[in-house]
Ligand binder design. Structure first.
Ligand code: 5GP
Length: 116
């Protein structure tokens, strides 16, 4: 699957989103329907549809997504109390947008259950 989603337009700043971080590899922006006080999506700038589409050549990007998430968590002031990183893949996980993304959620006690 190689069809662009709305996330590509956000990355190119063709449509507005509250971008909190961007560099050559990744973009991070606030989720439009936050499920927690802090809910930020970290996405690769290139289109990778889902975690099923990750290839060996993407490992630098994947690692950078994780380190960026940790950096943003610190910046948002939630690193010490804790937070959760989530990647949904396909139907059973409820993936809606087929452009790989990490959900960074935190800012209150998230409990034992995953998102929704
Ligand atoms: P998924 O279910 O694919 O893991 O999560 C997709 C996420 O993208 C959802 O939490 C949804 O609220 C968010 N989202 C969908 N469309 C937009 C949008 O146009 N802008 C932003 N900022 N978030 C979006």
């Amino acid at each position: 699957m190689k069809t662009e989603t709305i996330f590509s337009k956000i990355i190119r700043r063709e449509i507005y989103s509250d971008i909190v971080y961007q560099d050559d590899l990744v973009t991070a922006f606030r989720d439009i329907k936050p499920k927690a006080p802090v809910h930020i999506l970290i996405v690769p700038n290139i289109l990778i549809a889902s975690i099923n589409h990750v290839k060996h050549e993407h490992k630098q990007i994947l690692g950078h997504m994780i380190t960026t998430a940790a950096k943003i968590a610190k910046h948002e002031g939630i690193a010490n109390n804790g937070y959760r990183l989530i990647i949904n893949c396909n139907q059973h996980a409820g993936q809606e947008i087929f452009h790989l993304h990490i959900h960074l959620v935190g800012g209150h006690n998230l409990g034992p259950i995953l998102i929704e």
